[in-house]
Design a binder for this molecule. Structure first.
Ligand code: SF4
Length: 591
């Protein structure tokens, strides 16, 4: 390659790859081998599927192609309505995506709060640690034992694999994932049993005095935690977790006194009790003394914006994203998302979207939402604009640079500029100004690699909280009581738990879609047969694929599958305003 431009993948992914590209041979691109966590490889989403997806090239109003000027005029008129909403997807993680917030503030519109992804876990982490800092990958590389807790590493976080090579691997997951097949121990627990497993292990370690006494001096509430975990374990049979006591004891032996890292995935917290699960996993880590130590810690989705002063943070009305009441608004702008398929409870969402007077879709590809929209604005891809991307999984910040100029679409800055001008709003600065605000907060490492302003080689070494002089707070009586109230004590329910993880061929509903349900052969269904799957929220048909890797009391329908969210609930997690995609059981019947 000649004249390589260094840019980055903007997709919502742990790895946040750095890219080298020669515009003359685009879409042929390469991963940046020199990047601290990349290894020169890019996944198929970027090498293949993204370029095979047909772009929306022309603006539309009521299904008719129009000019960009005409569509933007229609958007301006739509935003003259009283009740307006901006609902943003997370397909592109560039920070400039959020500049449209500035227009919503000026026009008196509404934004969303909460998350479809990791908000419950983040809320739980913040209750214990005060702040959700990212564990650097160099600490993961120094661990002796890696506990992969509900994260399908080879699918969602493949660049982590070289960092855990030659380590003892333990996997906790209802599915026998590829990494589980390589593990020294796999706890194939029941869905939503992660809290119980973490509490049982903490109790086992505390009761047998296998804890880090020095580290526990930096905590509060240990005695209460021990008392309540004792009582809790006495009434929670390990059978309800889907593992037996001997396996838990073996697990405890494998992690006590070792340098251990927990790699926790978002799936464990896609429940009403999701925040409590991360609090329980953090409590286990605190018992083991894993915070603030070399080669130890809990790696979840960290707060990538820590240390930045967000120029797009605005104080406006908000509605919870996971249960957005779209029909309350006359105008809804959907920016880079597909709520008609990717939000829980499709039947409710589609019905609500259909009642919106002016549904505007601003994005790259056709999808269920673009097909419902009255106004469609083509967007620019991250290969066509300037931006920065942060990472919720590592400390590095990547500059996104345009590789070529395209006639197609408009970017978020120019859309905001147009709307400011049309409404006569003042105060929007240049694009370069906003980009420099993000850039100037970053640190710089060798090879000009940008790094988070709050990067700390060993997070929580000095202490917890934003000031780093607070203790770790164990979960107390109120959490145990609340958890028990919400979850009950197991059940004899014969329906299947629904698991809806990510797939390797898609980013949520972008790129390759699926039509399958994966079930254990003991389910009695036959490979390839069509089944109707139903829950109290709706139903849809899928094709059966049998797999011994799925626990018999579960079905797996990946989140790129057409119709999966007809089954999922409009429900918020008890803390963190998060979607609860997996808080549902389903019936499966032959068609
Ligand atoms: S989707 Fe993830 S793994 Fe694939 S290129 Fe982008 S950042 Fe890398």
């Amino acid at each position: 390659m000649s004249e390589c431009i260094k840019t980055a993948c903007g997709l919502d992914c742990y790895d946040a790859c750095s890219i080298l590209a020669d515009p003359k041979v685009f879409p042929k691109i390469k991963g940046d081998k020199m990047h601290p966590v990349g290894n020169g490889a890019l996944c198929a989403l970027l090498n293949k599927y993204m370029h095979e997806e047909a772009r929306i090239t022309k603006p539309r109003i009521d299904g008719k192609e129009v000019s960009m000027e005409e569509v933007l005029t229609a958007v301006v008129e739509a935003f003259r309505a009283d009740e307006t909403l901006l609902w943003r997807g997370s397909g592109n993680l560039g920070v400039m995506q959020d500049i449209t917030n500035l227009f919503i503030e000026k026009v008196g519109g509404t934004l969303t709060s909460g998350s479809l992804c990791d908000g419950a876990g983040d809320a739980g982490i913040c209750k214990g640690r005060g702040v959700n800092r990212t564990l650097p990958w160099e600490q993961i590389a120094k661990a002796e034992t890696i506990v992969v807790w509900g994260r399908n590493l080879t699918v969602t976080n493949a660049h982590m694999m070289p960092f855990i090579r030659d380590k003892e691997i333990i996997v906790i997951d209802p599915v026998r994932t590829e990494i589980a097949k390589q593990a020294a121990l796999h706890l194939q627990i029941n869905p939503a049993a992660d809290f119980d497993v973490a509490i049982a292990l903490s109790h086992l370690l505390l009761a047998s005095r296998r804890y880090d006494a020095a580290a526990l001096k930096k905590s509060r509430g240990l005695e209460t935690f021990f008392d309540f975990s004792t009582a809790y374990c006495a009434t929670t049979p390990t059978k309800s977790m889907g593992v037996d006591k001997e396996v838990l004891e073996r697990f405890a032996e494998m992690i006590a006194g070792k340098r251990v890292v927990f790699l926790v995935g978002a799936g464990v917290q896609k429940y009403i009790t999701g925040s409590y699960t991360l609090r329980a996993i953090d409590a286990l880590a605190a018992v083991l003394g894993l915070f603030g130590k070399k080669g130890c810690g809990v790696h979840y989705l960290g707060n990538s914006r820590l240390g930045f002063s967000d120029p797009f943070a605005v104080d406006v009305k908000r509605v919870s994203k996971a249960v957005t009441p779209f029909s309350r608004f006359k105008t809804v702008l959907i920016q880079g998302g597909n709520p008609a398929a990717s939000m829980p409870d499709t039947q409710r969402v589609v019905s609500e979207l259909s009642e919106v007077n002016h549904l505007i879709y601003f994005g790259l590809y056709e999808n269920e939402t673009s097909r419902l929209a009255k106004i469609v604005i083509p967007a620019k891809s991250f290969f066509e604009k300037n931006d920065f991307r942060l990472s919720y999984a590592h400390q590095y910040v990547e500059r996104i640079r345009p590789l070529y100029s395209s006639e197609i679409g408009i970017d978020e800055y120019l859309l905001t500029r147009y709307l400011f001008d049309a409404f006569g709003f003042k105060g929007l600065k240049s694009e370069a100004h906003y980009l420099s605000l993000w850039r100037d907060r970053c640190g710089v490492e060798k090879m000009e690699q940008l790094i988070s302003p709050v990067y700390d080689e060993i997070p929580y070494q000095k202490g917890f909280g934003i000031t780093e002089n607070e203790p770790f707070f164990f979960l107390g009586a109120e959490v145990f009581e609340r958890y028990r109230t919400l979850r009950g004590v197991g059940s004899n329910d014969k329906r299947f738990w629904l698991l809806s993880p990510k797939s390797s061929k898609s980013l949520n509903t972008q790129f390759i879609r699926d039509d399958r349900i994966r079930m254990h052969p003991a389910s009695g269904f036959v490979e390839g047969e069509e089944v109707c799957v139903s829950s109290e929220y709706g139903e849809h048909t899928f094709q059966v694929t049998l797999s011994e890797d799925i626990k018999p009391n579960c079905v797996l329908i990946s989140n790129n599958t057409v119709g999966v969210n007809f089954l999922t609930p409009s429900m918020l997690s008890d803390e963190g305003e998060n979607a609860c995609y997996q808080e549902v059981k389903v019936m499966v019947e032959r068609v």
